[in-house]
Design a protein around this ligand. Structure first.
Ligand code: PMT
Length: 402
């Protein structure tokens, strides 16, 4: 399966009162087809048209309906939900909801979430054509657009009330297409980016190897964010069980030696190199031809240093903008700054790998990014969200350096 722009995106779908609410159940399925993780919030009006049970069944998640529901708050409270979302999509968005959003109401769960989120907000209006044309609705839409709220539709056509005109909610697939556009930026349009991700495996014999806990999630999220920013992305990947982001060229490797070869083969014409792979620092000097048999109480392996690929890239005569990662269990800032200097990097993204909820394998991470004379903390968030912020930062520093 190939990844789409909505793969792994956390979509908070707000459903407000209108006959088009029945189409939103199909919208949830279309979003899930694209790999999105969907949570649904329904207003009281929406529940007059469709039951929460329908959305629970299609989304596979509990549906949120009340601002002050102690059970829901004990699970994922409204502030957590607002932070969880990569995007809030309100479909259908009624005239009443648009007005309340424009005026900053926070008297139900959905409007409160919209105020409490830093994620982009997208609305798919649906209402009677006369209500759509009314000066009040026009002005509310202008206010929302000025604030950066993206509006998808409405379409023109026959309406449930018998009228004909603009006011129909877009079809679910059209909304999915429009929503994917939120994650596209032109920050790295036409730029060639080489990224490494995942672990390496260093063979001891035909059946055993030395490796680490990297799942590849961070590097793959960076690759996806780079594609969304318009880059031409090649991903050198260690053995992982992740799907390749749409539009990414993937080169599979196993060992640190393979990774070094693949990077050196592709680095020449790239402008940015991002090294998120957890590359082995040592490999087995003698790989046994046959399975090593158990003998005695202990055994000794002779290990040799691998090539430091990141440092080699930075040392090229015409190096790309070179970004390393630093995986640390202590003294994060000190070790990261030391690697930035020692390997002559343009930037380094440091993360802690001693917390089971962050770093290796987890869905979330937190980064502290350093460059010469500057740094920025990217607080705990999903790896997708962090990757987008990291790519924005890289693009800014890359353009500044040029
Ligand atoms: O894959 P996940 O489960 O999502 O976890 C993400 C991650 C923790 C692996 C990732 O965020 C991360 O920190 N990647 C770098 C891991 C690492 O090897 O860090 P390091 O501090 O040991 O190495 C510093 C840098 O040198 C890294 O950019 C590394 O890719 C590079 N390196 C290291 C050794 C080597 N022989 N060649 C290299 O290029």
């Amino acid at each position: 399966m190939r990844m789409t722009l909505l793969q792994n995106k956390r979509v908070l779908l707000g459903v407000t009162g209108g006959i088009a609410a029945y189409k939103s159940a199909d919208l949830v399925r279309r979003l899930k087809d694209q790999g999105a993780d969907v949570r649904v919030v329904m207003t009281a009006g929406a529940q007059s048209f469709v039951t929460p049970l329908t959305f629970q069944a299609v989304s596979g998640n509990p549906v949120h309906t009340d601002l002050l529901d102690p059970d829901a708050e004990a699970g994922m409270g409204h502030i957590e939900l607002a932070k969880w979302a990569d995007v809030i999509l309100v479909a259908p968005a009624s005239a009443n909801f648009l007005a309340r959003l424009a005026y900053g109401f926070a008297d139900d769960l959905l409007t409160t979430l919209c105020l409490a989120t830093s994620a982009p907000i997208v609305v798919a209006p649906a209402m009677n054509q006369q209500m759509w044309q009314s000066e009040a609705t026009r002005e509310n839409c202008r206010t929302l657009q000025d604030r950066g709220v993206l509006q998808l539709g409405p379409a023109k056509g026959d309406q449930a009330c018998g009228d004909v005109g603009y006011g129909r909610m877009l079809e679910p697939l059209e909304i999915v297409d429009g929503l994917a556009g939120v994650f596209k930026s032109g920050d790295l349009q036409g730029i060639k980016v080489l990224i490494t991700a995942g672990p390496t495996q260093e063979a001891m014999d035909p059946v055993r190897y030395i490796t680490n806990h990297s799942s590849g999630k961070m590097g793959y999220a960076v690759a996806q964010a780079a594609v969304e920013a318009g880059a031409d992305v090649t991903l050198v990947s260690g053995p992982v069980s992740l799907t390749t982001p749409a539009g990414v060229k993937r080169v599979d490797i196993v060992s640190a030696k393979d990774l070094a070869e693949a990077v050196m083969n592709h680095v020449e014409d790239c402008q940015i190199f991002i090294s998120a792979a957890a590359v082995a620092d040592y490999y087995c000097a003698d790989i046994a031809d046959q399975k090593i048999k158990k003998s005695g109480d202990g055994m000794t392996l002779t290990l040799k240093k691998t090539q430091d690929v990141l440092a080699s890239v930075a040392a090229l005569s015409k190096p790309p903008f070179t970004v390393g990662f630093a995986a640390e269990t202590e003294k994060l800032e000190k070790h990261a700054k030391d690697k930035l200097e020692r390997k002559a990097l343009d930037m380094i993204a440091a993360n802690r790998v001693d917390d089971p909820e962050l770093g290796f394998h987890s869905d979330e991470n937190a980064l502290h990014v350093f460059w010469q004379k500057g740094d920025q903390e990217l607080p705990r968030a999903s790896k997708q969200k962090l990757a987008r912020e990291l790519i924005k930062l890289i693009s800014k520093r890359y353009k500044k350096k040029k």
